[in-house]
Design a protein around this ligand. Structure first.
Ligand code: PAF
Length: 295
């Protein structure tokens, strides 16, 4: 595995690797790797001859009072994990390589980034879209893999790629990889390491309360009542606050008050101790009127 931190060297290496017609997959990360990231790497390896993993803690997607400085950085450990997974390139630029003096451009993806994390973390998705667009242009991958854990992020990136005619003609070239979970159901996240032992125990209520809400919504119960009950369960369990618990169209992320005929997503962000956890679950579309009539 080659570790690169200068853009001109990255471009040379990518060109050399591709010169025999080999394909390249990109896995963008902020490091502090866990099994969820390794699942992305393994999925990427199945989709291309070479895998490039980027590790870059992107300052532009953190708000002024967020955990940019505290965000775990462990390049050596991450690098060993990626080497063991057969990754070809590790792209680990410094902040001034990614954002040189005078950098002045930002991508805002309207609509899909307006609600949920977009509302509770203003500017977050502009930072994500901008850095991911740069990573796409830097690596020029045939395919890129993202975790479904960050469902809204995936939707924002897909929207951006379509709108800006980025070089991903097929929807599956921006691949969403299912969320990896701990044995008790908690979605894997680099931020789980911030949790105290007690909070880690309580955190497992999040996926179970979400599964409960999913079952109720799919069974036809009132959506707002199911969401309100989900919030109450989290607060009663010891969560310090719920940024949102909502149902949205899976593609446009438009909030839904009732189940429609298109696939939907249940999305939650909740705080425990000083840590903000997010998770989401697929919600089956309501049966169409025709299907219901025809049994
Ligand atoms: O999901 C992440 O780790 C980040 O948001 C990403 C996609 C690497 C952009 O910084």
């Amino acid at each position: 595995m080659q570790t690169i931190n200068r853009l001109d060297m990255l471009r040379n290496s990518v060109a050399a690797l591709r010169s025999d017609g080999s394909t390249m997959a990109l896995v963008p990360t902020m490091g502090a790797l866990h099994e969820g990231h390794l699942a992305l790497v393994r999925a990427a390896r199945q989709r291309a001859d070479h895998v490039c993993v980027s590790i870059f803690v992107n300052p532009t997607q953190f708000g002024p009072n967020e955990d940019l400085d505290a965000y775990p950085r462990q390049l050596e450990t991450d690098s060993a994990m990626l080497e063991a997974e057969g990754v070809t390139l590790l792209w680990a630029p410094a902040v001034d390589e990614m954002y040189p003096d005078g950098f002045a451009t930002s991508i805002a993806v309207a609509g899909v980034s307006a609600n949920f994390c977009g509302a509770s973390r203003p500017g977050h998705f502009d930072g994500v879209a901008t850095v991911v667009c740069k990573l796409f242009n830097q690596v020029r991958p045939d395919v890129a893999c993202f975790g479904e854990k960050d469902w809204q992020q995936l939707a924002v990136i897909r929207r951006m790629a379509r709108d800006l005619d980025l070089n991903f003609p097929h929807a599956d070239q921006i691949a969403g990889i299912p969320t990896m979970r701990e044995a008790d159901g908690l979605a894997m996240s680099s931020r789980n390491r911030y949790l105290s032992v007690q909070d880690r125990e309580t955190a497992a209520i999040l996926p179970s309360a979400m599964r409960n809400a999913k079952d109720r919504i799919e069974a036809g119960h009132d959506v707002s009542a199911a969401l309100a009950e989900l919030e109450q369960t989290l607060i009663a369990a010891g969560f310090g606050g719920v940024d949102y618990a909502g149902l949205a169209d899976a593609d446009s992320l438009a909030p839904l008050r009732m189940l429609a005929n298109e696939p939907a997503r249940l999305l939650v962000a909740a705080r425990i101790g000083g840590t903000r956890l997010i998770d989401n679950l697929a919600i089956r579309a309501a049966p169409s009127a025709d299907a219901a009539t025809n049994g």
